[in-house]
Design a protein around this ligand. Structure first.
Ligand code: 13P
Length: 249
């Protein structure tokens, strides 16, 4: 099934209000390529201002599992909706590592995001040691089983496959390995969600840039990209949006 491609930028812990100029420079490309959905996930401090710009969907990089309460320093999914967000990344490998988030934590956050009306982008991916040990598909399958809410609808769920060793390294898996993993993820999603699993978009993330985007986005079951470093500058991000449009044509 050809699904509408989603190109989402994850700004991580980067950007002040001056960075919204990059968003303004991305907007014309988003408008010019309606076959592609474009989103930017800036830090919390920029979500409301980014959402007010209007042309590009805005996402968060995390959310708390509870809607409100005594959780100092945390942000809930309903607060993100209130600020204008439409999506939330959950279970990014940097949070799994830095904040010791488990699959159960990620599942609860994805549920909270969906309950608030956000699209949850659930991240999975193996470490280099796990790939070298031949465990990549098994690791990702277990992460999906633990992290994806069993009653998720395809419109509220996106899965991002981000091999940990490819993030910020300039290295990407062989196209054949991307194809194998995305096919395996598709199979697991259908097993977990039935017919809905066929319509969940599966993004590839990890060192996506202008020069490799078309090749990666042309792989079967690669329904978009989650882009870190190359999403910070419009000059780097716009060609990725255009590659997604070309791969969709
Ligand atoms: P890079 O594109 O910088 O490798 O980051 C990928 C990522 O972690 C997106 O969530």
């Amino acid at each position: 099934m050809a699904l509408k491609k989603l190109v989402a930028g994850n700004w991580k812990m980067n950007g002040s209000h001056a960075a919204l100029a990059e968003l303004d420079a991305i907007a014309p490309a988003a408008r010019a390529n309606p076959a592609v959905e474009v989103a930017i996930c800036p830090p919390y401090t920029l979500i409301a201002a980014a959402a007010r710009r209007g042309d590009v969907a805005v996402g968060a990089q995390d959310c708390h599992a509870a809607p409100s309460g005594a959780h100092t320093g945390c942000i809930s999914a309903p607060m993100l909706v209130d600020a204008g967000a439409a999506l939330a990344i959950v279970g990014h490998s940097e949070r799994r590592q830095d904040n010791h988030e488990t699959d159960a934590d990620v599942n609860a956050k994805a549920r909270a995001a969906m309950a608030a009306g956000l699209t949850a982008i659930v991240c999975v991916g193996e470490t280099e040691a796990q790939r070298d040990a031949g465990e990549a598909v098994a690791v990702v399958s277990a992460q999906l089983a633990g992290s994806v809410p069993g009653d998720a609808s395809a419109s509220a769920l996106v899965v991002a496959y981000e091999p940990v060793w490819a993030i910020g390294t300039g290295r990407t898996p062989a196209v054949s390995d991307v194809a194998e993993m995305h096919a395996a993820i598709r199979g697991r999603l259908v097993a977990l969600l039935g017919g809905e699993g066929a319509a969940v978009r599966i993004l590839y993330g990890g060192s996506v840039k202008a020069s490799n985007a078309l090749e990666l986005l042309s792989v079967a079951d690669v329904d978009g990209a989650l882009v870190g470093g190359a999403s910070l500058k419009a000059a780097d991000f716009v060609p990725i949006i255009e590659a997604a449009a070309q791969a969709s044509a």
